[in-house]
Ligand binder design. Sequence first.
Ligand SMILES: Cc1cc2nc3c(=O)[nH]c(=O)nc-3n(C[C@H](O)[C@H](O)[C@H](O)COP(=O)(O)OP(=O)(O)OC[C@H]3O[C@@H](n4cnc5c(N)ncnc54)[C@H](O)[C@@H]3O)c2cc1C
Length: 387
Amino acid sequence: MTAQPGLLQFPPLVLPPEAEALRREVRAFLLDAIPKDKASERFKSWNTFSPEFSRQLGARGWIGLTWPKQYGGGGRTQLERYVLTEELLANGAPAGAHWVADRQSGPLVLRFGTEAQKLKFLPPITRGESYFCIGMSEPDSGSDLASVRTRAEAVEGGFKINGTKLWTSGAHRCHFMIALCRTSAKSEERHAGLSQIIIDLKSPGITIRPVINLAGKHDFNEVNFVDVFVPRENLLGNEGDGWKQVTSELAYERSGPERFLTNFHVLRELVRLIGRQASPRAAETIGRLVARLWNLRQMSLSVSGLLQQGQMPVTEASVVKDLGTIFQQELPEVGRLLAQSEATTQDELDDFIDIARQATLLAPAYTIQGGTTQILRGIIARGLGLR
Ligand SMILES: Cc1cc2nc3c(=O)[nH]c(=O)nc-3n(C[C@H](O)[C@H](O)[C@H](O)COP(=O)(O)OP(=O)(O)OC[C@H]3O[C@@H](n4cnc5c(N)ncnc54)[C@H](O)[C@@H]3O)c2cc1C
């Protein structure tokens, strides 16, 4: 079921007691699990790889929280997962290693995979031992995914892959990529002939080269495939259904709290820095930021509730991502200006400026990753019946 065209629906949602009980458990765990470094070093995010942390989370049953128990999952609700994600982000947990596998690769395998694929790939993910990356974008194909050119040619027993994927986050540290490939030549129907294939990144013929980001970090990559053999059993879903599957994958990617809580630590540290002796102007500015954040959180929670009911709130999820992007891009700049006029000691100010600087360098990416702002606004306009 989709939302009624022309209307946005954000029904209010109150979290059930079991979700709040889980929140208390997660908070207690994070208090011990996250090192007490100075603020600018303590806060990590879903971009930070820590296999050790992922294994600890897996041991608690907190990866694949909603997946069926026979595949190692926790059999719990989307709303409980929402709370877990919120706490990981708000506390700056280094959750990057298992993030993609937990958020979208695992759910894709659950939805479209064979029984053998579920039994092979899901349990190691839930233990925090197996990491996945997303192979959608290419040098000439980002927003327009239907134009991907990486070829998967049918050969005896499987496929031979040739082509290049670009901006692949974490490929140098992951075990598998779910790649969108062309399995048959382009036809009149632009979205036909694409398939998703699970590629073991240790296969011969794969070269992974770093692409350094604006913050000077190695996070994403260019991944080149030359005659890479992949067994047929790694085809995910039906051959030719790649477009339909990839579209559903993007829905998992767009609606979560990471779209407005990735730099929550900036707000938290700002309040810590000037909270007690805030001038009326600072108090008002912080009040506005908190009100916006709370509003976004209620909207996002509402989207999660709709997903839990089996609805596909594509327009609403896009609105949350767009508003979340604007919020997360403004926050470091507003915080920096406020801190400079309100901080009492140079040491405190220096630490906060360091946090704001790191957040500023990461902020431009929010407009692009998970679907660009322009593409999302097109989706919103269509959802509202405006185009
Ligand atoms: C931090 C980060 C991590 C990423 N990680 C991954 C990853 O792990 N795996 C992966 O596959 N990809 C990843 N990407 C790539 C990302 O998904 C693409 O960059 C994005 O989809 C845009 O594609 P593009 O770069 O080819 O830009 P283009 O699609 O060429 O877009 C260029 C500009 O044109 C605009 N535009 C394009 N088409 C339209 C249209 N129809 N209407 C209006 N405006 C339009 C866009 O909004 C944009 O401003 C990542 C990107 C970032 C920034």
